[in-house]
Design a binder for this molecule. Structure first.
Ligand SMILES: *Cc1c(COP(=O)(O)O)cnc(C)c1O
Length: 402
């Protein structure tokens, strides 16, 4: 979809200056660009009321189709879904256990993870009171970073779940082996699938290979609102997750469980650990529209556009023959990486880009390696020319000064 001048007017009226987002769907920049049907759904939802439980039930069907799972649930991000997943694996459907979190006294409270899969986002699982039990080597030795016996030894009667981050690393066990070991001990597997990219087959892979709960980002490749994520997986576990997110000011006589009729709960659950991870109907509607749209998007064409943009930028930079600046254009997410002669040049370029007009934000995580990355996912056709000229101008300034 395209931006209109009234969109710009809104930010101007608030004293804010929009940016060109050449860093893709980063949470700190507000997620991804929303397609028109997604925005329309959010606007429609904002003027209409449907009980959240009924929207969640319909969203569950869409998630089920998308993921090949038994059930689904929407929360405020992939990270939120990881919190719900960890909580579900610790409590099952015990209302007393749900009420007790994050105090895990008497509960299974250990989550087994390969050491190389530890990362900042896993705070979401620890939020429940769970603690990680790590196995494996950080660096592959003799070609492997983990052995079956290491994972087997880490699983005890205190293990609530095994956790896998959906990124291929040299040092971790392959996913199938990881699932086999976990399941052979009767322990569910939670996957952080936030990095998973469309097409949808990639998402279905996790459940196909045996994951019990998969946490996905709504605001990344799926194209939904930034404050959405969805959990997919085994019905009993998704239900246990959903029960911790109820806002159940409701008399037992009129309470309906998520996923239909009562399945044996004595009372409605109260505000559980997931209550802070809620989504509103606008987010739910936006995510539902985005999931539906995923069925009809032209993924090869989207990728072709991204590659064309990246190649255009790479060519323009190369033609300038900046001293000591080279461009790599072989990234799997169709980004280009600009390699500088010094860290100072990379940092100066990022500052120039962010401060000039129009402001441009690129990925700056690898400045220490003298690199910046330009990602095409959120760049509009009308932004290509200003992006190119700002890149050339900022690199020129940085290279001349440093
Ligand atoms: C983006 C990301 C998350 C968080 O996703 P949100 O939807 O923003 O909560 C978690 N884990 C990994 C590996 C990610 O890349």
């Amino acid at each position: 979809m395209t931006r209109t001048s009234s969109d710009e007017d809104f930010f101007a009226s608030m004293g804010l200056r929009p940016i060109i987002n050449a860093a893709s769907h980063a949470s700190r920049l507000g997620g991804t660009r929303l397609a028109r049907p997604v925005v329309d759904a959010m606007v429609a939802a904002s003027q209409t009321f449907v009980p959240i439980a009924e929207m969640q039930a319909r969203a569950s069907e869409l998630i089920t189709d998308f993921m090949g799972a038994e059930a689904g649930w929407v929360a405020s991000g992939a990270d939120a879904c990881l919190t719900l997943a960890a909580a579900a694996c610790m409590t099952g459907d015990s209302l007393a256990a749900m009420d007790q979190l994050p105090d895990t006294t008497g509960l299974k409270n250990e989550i087994v993870v390969h050491r190389a899969h530890r990362m900042g986002f896993d705070h979401a699982l620890r939020l429940t009171g769970a603690r990680f039990v790590e196995f494996g080597y950080l660096t592959p030795s003799s070609g492997a970073g983990a052995y079956r016996w290491q994972m087997e030894a880490a699983i005890t009667e205190k293990t609530a779940a095994c956790f896998y981050v959906g990124m291929t690393l040299d040092s971790t066990l392959d996913f199938k082996t990881f699932v086999d070991i976990s399941h052979s001990r009767g322990v569910p597997v939670i996957v952080d699938a936030a990095p998973t990219q469309v097409p949808p087959e990639n998402f279905r892979r996790w459940i196909d290979l045996g994951a019990d709960l998969v946490a996905c980002a709504g605001g990344k490749y799926v194209g939904g609102p930034a404050a959405t994520g969805f959990l997919a997986g085994r019905r009993d576990l998704v239900r246990a997750a959903a029960l911790q997110q109820q806002d159940a000011f409701v008399h037992p006589e009129v309470y309906t469980e998520p996923f239909g009729a009562a399945e044996g709960l004595a009372e409605p659950p109260h505000q559980g650990i997931g209550r802070v991870l809620k989504v509103g109907r606008e987010e739910l509607a936006g995510l539902m529209a985005a999931l539906k749209l995923c069925g009809s998007r032209d993924y090869p064409a989207e990728q072709g556009d991204r590659i064309a943009l990246s190649q255009r930028l790479a060519r323009a930079i190369n033609q300038r023959n900046f001293e000591a600046v080279t461009v790599k254009a072989d990234d799997p997410v169709n980004a280009i990486t600009i390699v500088f002669g010094t860290v100072q040049q990379a940092a100066k370029t990022v500052r120039e880009l962010q401060e000039g007009s129009p402001r441009v934000f690129v990925l700056n995580a690898r400045i220490g390696q003298r690199e910046i990355m330009v990602l095409p996912h959120c760049v509009l056709p009308g932004e290509v020319e200003p992006l190119e000229s700002r890149l050339l101008q900022s690199i020129a300034v940085a290279v001349a000064e440093a």
